[in-house]
Design a protein around this ligand. Structure first.
Ligand SMILES: [Zn+2]
Length: 89
């Protein structure tokens, strides 16, 4: 029995979530997730899943990787155009 009481004390002494309600101004009283300042309801653990794990994923043509590929390709095209422009005519 004393073991369970100490566990409850430890749980009550856990760091609390730092989130504050914009409606009431009161602090969230839930325990913060280990290694985070906030609880599981207030953003601990990151945002939505990325890639195929995200339910809104359709084809990936606008994914971060594809957008970066497009930017790299356009930078290469610009470099090629500048080189052609710099050639003596
Ligand atoms: Zn919270």
């Amino acid at each position: 029995m004393p073991f369970q009481v100490s566990k409850i004390r430890a749980a009550n002494a856990a760091p609390r979530c730092s989130a504050k309600s914009k409606r009431t101004g009161n602090r969230c009283k839930a325990p913060a997730k280990r290694g985070w300042q906030v609880c599981r309801m207030h953003g601990a653990g990151g945002g939505a899943p990325t890639g195929l794990a995200n339910g809104a994923w359709v084809h990936g043509n606008r994914s971060q990787a594809m957008e970066q590929n497009r930017r790299d390709l356009m930078a290469l095209v610009k470099l090629a155009r500048d080189c052609i422009k710099a050639l003596p005519s």
